[in-house]
Write a protein that binds this ligand. Structure first.
Ligand SMILES: NC(=O)C1=CN([C@@H]2O[C@H](COP(=O)(O)OP(=O)(O)OC[C@H]3O[C@@H](n4cnc5c(N)ncnc54)[C@H](O)[C@@H]3O)[C@@H](O)[C@H]2O)C=CC1
Ligand SMILES: CC(C)CC(=O)C(=O)O
Ligand SMILES: [Mg+2]
Length: 357
């Protein structure tokens, strides 16, 4: 059976890291006879430069027809002066909303080899394995109305709207409760229910759902405390469920517990388990073109793709084992470099994973 994978490299370091993930995916495709067909498309700034739009119709059409998508990252200073609706980031948000990819899974796992690269002391993070379940197609990133308006007197006012409907909360809640059931049975819902009505509703729905999952222990935490607890005692968390913006911020924070944002993969799924897979980081314009970006988050996103959308658990595990082996060999990109290790480029890291497979 042939299945199609759409590669969307995007901008900045996107093409560099996606090239490494593609090598790795093509190798497991051969080794495990997966029958994957690879196609390529434009999104973000690269698409704006070529077609004038961050999400060309052709890309969306191919994305809708593909079994899974691997995306690098979008955005960069070249396009930052464009009005919001025309920026590269709209291409990514458009893919997420058009494909209804509401469930964003961001596992923050510390590879033991990287304990000294973590921002926290090894004893605080050893064995760290957190799953952040972030709602991805609602909340303040999508709420209407939004914009900048002129007030009486001429002063301008920027505004966005934080909205969640009951059904949006319920469907992401179910994903999180089910994830907790398959893990330790502990779920922490993160909100700001002491200030924001939308998250009072969020909390109410989570409490309601908890009645259907008696084997899951649900707790609630305000987002400011959660941000603090993540760096104080991160191992108190197993599954965290939260809204779009809080999840965006907390997952970058959690990334540093694993050594680098260059280590954090993600899966964005819809109800049909069609998925887009991408590293949690952005296009890193400050290091783009230097061949020093860490490709492991993208390679590990490829493993998540095999697991969640293509049902190829063995191939996914093979990639994860190869990454672990490469770290055992002491190979490190600059962001996870430590004393006694050997620094390698983006391409050398990809080649090492390939050789370890
Ligand atoms: N999913 C996406 O496409 C995302 C896109 N962005 C966009 O990316 C652009 C840059 O945003 P920033 O806030 O600078 O966030 P960023 O995640 O691109 O970079 C933050 C810092 O992390 C480093 N970094 C990121 N990925 C790395 C990797 N693989 N290896 C080594 N170091 C890495 C960068 O060098 C930088 O110092 C913006 O245009 C932003 O809108 C930001 C986040 C996600
Ligand atoms: C365009 C942004 C919402 C992307 C981002 O920061 C993310 O998804 O982590
Ligand atoms: Mg982010």
């Amino acid at each position: 059976m042939s299945r199609s994978v759409l590669m969307l490299p995007g901008d900045g370091i996107g093409p560099e890291i996606v090239a490494e993930a593609e090598k790795v995916l093509k190798k497991v495709n051969e080794q495990f006879e997966l029958g994957l067909q690879f196609d390529h498309g434009l999104v973000g700034g690269a698409a704006i430069d070529e077609t004038g739009e961050p999400l060309p119709g052709k890309t969306l059409d191919r994305a809708e027809k593909s079994d899974a998508i691997l995306l690098g990252a979008v955005g960069g200073p070249k396009w930052d002066k464009l009005e919001m609706a025309k920026r590269p980031e709209k291409g990514l948000l458009g893919l997420r909303s058009n494909l209804k990819l509401f469930a964003n899974l961001r596992p923050a796992i510390l590879y033991p080899q990287l304990a000294s690269a973590s921002s926290l002391k090894p004893e605080v993070v050893s064995g760290l394995d957190i799953m952040i379940v972030r709602e991805l197609t609602g909340g303040i990133y999508f709420g209407q109305p939004r914009g900048v308006r002129k007030l009486e007197g001429g002063e301008r006012q920027g505004y966005n709207t934080y909205v969640y409907s009951e059904s949006e909360i319920r469907r992401i809640g179910r994903v999180a409760f089910e994830a907790a059931q398959q893990r330790s049975g502990k779920l922490c819902s993160v909100d700001k229910a002491n200030v924001l009505e939308v998250t009072v509703l969020w909390r109410e729905i989570m409490d309601d759902l908890a009645k259907e999952y008696p084997d899951v222990e649900l707790s609630h935490m305000y987002v400011d405390n959660a941000a603090m607890q993540l760096v104080r005692a991160p191992k108190q968390f197993d599954v965290i469920v939260t809204g779009n913006m809080f999840g965006d911020i907390l997952s970058d924070e959690a990334a540093m517990l694993t050594g680098s944002i260059g280590m954090l993969p993600s899966a964005s799924l819809n109800s049909e388990k069609q998925g887009m897979y991408e590293p949690c980081h952005g296009s890193a314009p400050d290091i783009a073109g230097q061949g020093i970006a860490n490709p492991l988050a993208t390679i590990l996103s490829g493993a998540m793709m095999l697991r969640y959308s293509l049902g190829e658990e063995k191939a996914a595990e093979a990639i994860e084992a190869a990454v672990s082996k490469v770290l055992d060999q002491g190979l490190r990109t600059a962001d996870i470099m430590s004393e006694g290790a050997k620094q390698v480029s983006t391409r050398e890291m990809g080649d090492a994973v390939l050789a370890a497979l």
